[in-house]
Ligand binder design. Structure first.
Ligand SMILES: Nc1ncnc2c1ncn2[C@@H]1O[C@H](COP(=O)(O)OP(=O)(O)O)[C@@H](O)[C@H]1O
Ligand SMILES: [Mg+2]
Length: 165
């Protein structure tokens, strides 16, 4: 990501707290849907296996109105959804990439940008092809709780963090 304009660290004491964080991020994105339509919004999730990247994304999708099954995209690389009545949402997991150039070959770049919401797990495996993130959440496991470092690299991401904390 480009240099963050704001960084903050907080703790999620249990899984409910992770769901609650996702609910607040979703509420903020709903409020600022017009900005997402103009600029797009890309969230990068980092952290070890089991840190809660998929759990967070599943809760975010639920809060954005997805009622069907939410599958981890580990094997498919990307799962596509429609959120907030018509916004495309792409959930990526690049864990299985053998080379970052697969990002280009698959045409994934077209799934980023104005009008699209994207959440990426294992972004580092698509570096340097993956577009910059607006918001990065780094999850660190501490038993059942998670330390989260949130970094905002765009004005909208800063607003989302402010409205979320
Ligand atoms: N505070 C928490 N936040 C998120 N997940 C948690 C938390 N505490 C325990 N968990 C558990 O950790 C696991 C996270 O798995 P997952 O979301 O698939 O991780 P990742 O996608 O980062 O590999 C789930 O089994 C979830 O129930
Ligand atoms: Mg995952």
């Amino acid at each position: 990501m480009t240099d963050p304009i704001f960084t903050t660290v907080f703790t999620l004491d249990n899984e409910e707290a992770t769901v609650s964080l996702a609910n607040r991020v979703a509420a903020s994105l709903r409020t600022h849907r017009d900005v997402v339509e103009r600029q797009g919004f890309n969230i990068r999730l980092t952290g070890d296996l089991g840190a809660g990247k998929t759990a967070f994304t599943r809760a975010l999708l639920r809060a954005l109105g997805v009622s069907g099954r939410v599958r981890s995209p580990t094997f498919e690389l990307v799962e596509d959804y429609d959120v907030l009545d018509g916004l495309p949402f792409h959930h990526f997991d690049f864990y299985r990439f053998e080379s970052p150039v697969e990002f280009e070959d698959a045409g994934f770049r077209d799934l980023f940008g104005p009008g699209q919401l994207t959440v990426c797990e294992w972004s580092e495996k698509a570096h340097p092809y993956l577009p910059d993130a607006d918001l990065e959440l780094t999850l660190t496991i501490r038993g059942l709780s998670r330390d989260v470092t949130a970094r905002a690299a765009s004005a909208l991401a800063l607003t989302v963090i402010e409205e979320t904390l």
